[in-house]
Design a protein around this ligand. Sequence first.
Ligand SMILES: Nc1ncnc2c1ncn2[C@@H]1O[C@H](COP(=O)(O)OP(=O)(O)OP(=O)(O)O)[C@@H](O)[C@H]1O
Ligand SMILES: [Mg+2]
Length: 367
Amino acid sequence: MTDPGSGAFESGLDATARSAASPADRSLTSAESSAIERAAEAALRPRRLEEFVGQGVVREQLSLVLDAASARGRAPEHVLLSGPPGLGKTTLAMIIAAELNAPLRITSGPAVQHAGDLAAILSSLEEGEVLFIDEIHRLARPAEEMLYMAMEDFRVDVVVGKGVGATSIPLELPPFTAVGATTRAGLLPSPLRDRFGFTGHLDYYRPDELLTVVLRSGQRLGVEVDHEAAAEIASRSRGTPRIANRLLRRVRDWSEVRGSGRIDLEAARAALVVYEVDERGLDRLDRAVLRALCERFAGGPVGLSTLAVAVGEETETVETMVEPFLVREGLISRTPRGRVATPATWAHLGEESPDPSAGASPTLGRF
Ligand SMILES: Nc1ncnc2c1ncn2[C@@H]1O[C@H](COP(=O)(O)OP(=O)(O)OP(=O)(O)O)[C@@H](O)[C@H]1O
Ligand SMILES: [Mg+2]
C-alpha cells in the first residue's frame, strides 16, 4: 500500500491539483496551502481517525460507515467531504484508506482533462481501492458523466477508435470507494452529489480543538509547547488547523533562533508580533482594510473596489481572501450600499466609534 502520509506521494498532487498561490503577504494567514508547504503538512497529518481532532459529528458518522462496511467485508459507499480549505478534507480521505487498510489513488478535478484520463484511472483500480478526487467540482462534464456510471454501476464505457469506426466497449470495474473533496459543494451537480452515500461537512474548529492540534503537532515536530502558548497560537488561527500548524512552525523558528527553543507564551507572542499576526488572527492586509474603512471612509458605507484601491490590492483579492474572514468575525458588514464598519471594528483598531450625531453614517443608525 502506498504510504498516504509521504511527502513525495503528495507532491504528485501539487503540480496538477493546485492553481495560483496566494499573494506573498497572505502566506501566513491564508487557509490555502502552497506547493512547498504541503510537504511540511504531510508530516503533521493525523493518520488514523482517532488522531483526527474535532469534527466530532463527522468523525462518528464516518467511523460508523467504515466499521459497518468492514464488518460486511465490502467497500463502503462513496464519501463526499465538503468544507473550506485547510480543515482536513485531504487528511480524512487518507484516513479513510488507512482505516480500511485499502490502497489509495489520488487525482483531482483539474487533473482529469478528458473522460479518457478518468477511464484510465478507473479501469486500473483494484478491488476495494479508495479513489480520492480532490476539487471534484472542477471535473470536466464528460468525465463527470463517466463517473456517475462508475460510481453507480461499477462500469465504464471505454471508447476505442475514432470517428465512424469508434466503438464503445463496456468494462466492469471492481467495487471501489470514491472519496470526493470540495470547497464548493453548491457547485456540484445534484446527480453527482446524489451518488455519494455519505456527505461529511467540515466546519471551522473551536479554539480548544485547535489547541489540541497545536500540542500534537508540537510533539510531532519534537518541540516543547506550553499549554498557554498553544492556546495563544490556536486563538490566532482562524478556526483552521492548516493555519495553526503554520503559525506553530513560524513560532518554532523564532524560539530556535531568538528564544530558548521551547515554545512558551512569551515566545508565541513575540514571534507573532514579528509575523504581524494579531490576537484575532488578522494580518497586515486585514488590518489595512479595516483601517482604510474606518479612517479614510469614516466607517463606510464604501464600495469594495474603492476599498481595494485604498489598500493597493486587486478587488478580487480583497473580496475572496480578506473579506470573508472579516465578515465571519463581524469586523465588516456587507450592506446594499457598501461595506460598513461595526462597533467591533472600531474596538479592534483601538479607536472610538464615531458619534452618530457627527454625521459619519447618519442613515445606518448602527453607531
Ligand atoms: N482534524 C485535524 N486534526 C489534526 N490536524 C488536522 C486536522 N485537520 C487538518 N489538519 C492539518 O491541517 C493541514 C491541512 O489539512 P488538509 O490538507 O486535510 O485540508 P483540506 O481540507 O484538504 O484543504 P484544501 O481544501 O486546501 O485541500 C494538514 O496538514 C493536517 O495536518
Ligand atoms: Mg485538500
